[in-house]
Design a protein around this ligand. Structure first.
Ligand code: PEP
Length: 242
């Protein structure tokens, strides 16, 4: 089965209602096509309104995190069921900013992926090594361990998406080399059951200038884009490179 490219934006903690004109701009750019899936993962406050603005263009909406439980006494948290109810189709889990800022372990990420799937969302499970790990040559050990711990063993290849995001390349302007990306994506594919069918995205300072080279790599099935997804023109240019 061919793996349809997925170009996913992550707005992080950016965006107010007046930013939602983004979806009309993105559609007008001609980036929407049957050749690729377009997704934007938004702050929870914008999900419902963004679904309204994006769905008519065939653009998908996702959340950036969910709780491990579908409801309960967890003040301030958002559940996968709530995101689904608001119209989301995807949710990012285990982003390195959540792993670092909120102490999220592989066990927590796995539980979030499970609850996301149970609520009919596709989790985008993020993995990636730190600069220290890479300089010590242990990037495959680290990523291998994250994959083993974060992907629920019952998942089939269509139940989730992986995003490989080297921590040192996120928001820094530094991109991994094409050789490093290719090697890590091939490694990841070899590590997961039915790996040929799993979509593996690259994330880390993807921008219009480097998107074509990255997205052409053999085991790269799309991108998770932070900073450059905040602007419809640059996100569209990245999408059109797939
Ligand atoms: C991200 O937020 O997942 C990301 C890759 O950010 P940036 O593209 O800004 O590096």
């Amino acid at each position: 089965m061919p793996r349809t490219p997925l170009i996913a934006g992550n707005w992080k903690m950016h965006g107010l209602k007046d930013a939602l004109g983004f979806f009309d701009e993105l559609a007008a750019s001609g980036a929407v096509s049957e050749r690729r899936e377009l997704l934007v993962c938004l702050p929870a406050t914008l999900v419902a309104a963004a679904v309204h603005a994006a769905r008519r263009h065939g653009i998908r909406i996702g959340g950036q995190d969910c709780h491990t439980e579908s409801s309960g006494a967890h003040t301030g948290d958002i559940s996968a069921a709530m995101l689904r109810d608001a119209g989301a189709d995807f949710v990012i889990v285990g982003h390195s900013e959540r792993r670092a800022d909120h102490g999220e372990t592989d066990d927590i990420v796995r539980a979030k992926a499970e609850t996301a799937r149970a609520s009919d969302l596709t989790p985008i499970i993020c993995v990636g090594e730190t600069l220290e790990d890479r300089e010590a040559g242990r990037e495959e050990d680290v990523v291998g361990r994250q994959l083993a711990g974060s992907i629920p063993p019952v998942f089939g290849p269509a139940d989730y998406v992986i995003a490989y995001e080297p921590v040192w390349a996120i928001g820094t302007g530094r991109t991994a080399s094409a050789g490093d990306i290719a090697a890590m994506h091939a490694f990841i594919r070899s590590q997961v059951p039915d790996g040929e069918e799993v979509r593996i995205l690259y994330g880390g300072s993807v921008k219009p200038e480097n998107a074509r080279e990255i997205l052409a790599l053999e085991n790269v099935d799309g991108a998770l884009v932070g900073g450059a997804s905040l602007n419809a023109e640059s996100f569209a240019a990245i999408a059109k490179s797939s």
